[in-house]
Design a protein around this ligand. Structure first.
Ligand code: SIN
Length: 333
């Protein structure tokens, strides 16, 4: 791209609060989601036309809680095709915030390009007082249009912060500072200028083993959430549902109650992979730490939260079946 022309950015609308509508300006919790078309959202932010040539596509219009493998694969296919086009300099995806971190991580692991791809949402609908969507989307366009964003993996921008798709997690039901990364943001966007201070260390996009491959289907992976008095019946039911793997969101550093150990070992004996994760929301679950994973032929999640470990494991299972290889994936990505 020559520095004299405005970059060409394609914005894919998928719905969410950023496309919402409330009956009054004080509706910040009770409002309709996924109703405003992406073209209209952009018209209401004229400053964007100064920084990029914009094309829009309404690829979905639904709450992100409804997203499953079909939506992830469709989005990946469409974005991959756009990134191959020499005329496209970057892509922005507007997305519901609920599962934005999962979609962003999936794209981070599977897109084969260094061009900027930015995922963005909002915590308040455009009709609300102090709506956050317009500035979030403007900042996403700034990032997608900036050569500085290249080769950093998929970026999530929210509340002025730039997060790596690998690390970011939605961590509040209503606050504007709803997105957090355990190691902090990569940087900030302030007054239309991105500033980066660190880089993602783990493999992504062009260095990911999935970026070059066709993926038509993802295996089923379930999550069981631990609590005091958790019943082993939850594991048995999940195993019967036909999953290839169960992520056990264990307590603390991956501790497993005694009667759950038996249920999880039984599921492993039936061929289902077992992954110890933690429900705490941050920190490492160390292999052979709280449980003898080698002896049980289980996996440990490293530092990933359960719902993002699920995305990684679904991809890992498209390539590998051996426990050792699957464990290596958790340490590399
Ligand atoms: C959604 O995730 O689609 C609804 C909630 C939101 O966008 O904040």
């Amino acid at each position: 791209m020559s520095s004299s022309r405005k970059p060409n950015i394609v914005v894919l609308g998928t719905g969410g609060t950023i496309a919402g509508h409330g009956a009054s300006t004080v509706n910040t919790a009770a409002y309709a989601c996924s109703v405003r078309p992406i073209e209209q959202i952009l018209i209401e932010i004229p400053a964007i036309a100064l920084i990029a040539n914009v094309k829009t596509e309404q690829v979905l219009q639904m709450g992100s809680e409804n997203f499953g493998s079909a939506q992830l694969l469709m989005l990946r296919k469409r974005i991959a095709a756009l990134l191959q086009d020499d005329e496209v300099d970057g892509v922005v995806v507007t997305h519901g915030t609920d599962t934005l971190d999962e979609t962003a991580y999936f794209l981070h692991l599977t897109l084969n390009s260094v061009k900027p791809v930015v995922i963005v949402g909002a915590m308040r609908p455009p009709t609300a007082l102090s709506a956050d969507g317009p500035l979030n989307l403007y900042n996403a366009m700034v990032l997608a249009a900036s050569p500085e964003s290249q080769a950093k993996g998929i970026l999530v921008v929210a509340n002025d912060e730039i997060h790596s798709a690998r690390d970011v997690v939605k961590s509040s039901t209503f606050k504007l500072e709803a997105f957090a990364s355990p190691y902090g943001p990569l940087g900030y966007v302030v007054e239309g200028r991105p500033s980066f201070y660190r880089l993602p260390a783990r493999r992504h996009t062009v260095n990911s083993i999935w970026s070059g491959s066709e993926i038509h289907q993802l295996p089923e992976v379930g999550i069981v959430y631990a609590h005091g008095g958790v019943s082993p019946a939850a594991i048995a039911a999940m195993a019967r549902s036909g999953v290839s793997a169960i992520i056990y969101a264990a307590t603390g550093s991956g501790n497993v109650a005694a009667d759950m150990v038996d249920a999880l070992r039984q599921a492993r004996a039936e061929g289902i992979h077992i992954v110890r994760a933690s429900r705490t929301g941050s920190g490492i679950v160390m292999r052979n730490g709280a449980q003898p994973d080698d002896r049980y032929d289980w996996l440990a999640v490293d530092d990933q939260v359960p719902h993002k470990a699920r995305i990684l494991l679904m991809l890992a299972l498209t390539r590998y079946t051996a426990t050792r290889e699957l464990q290596d994936v958790f340490q590399a990505y």
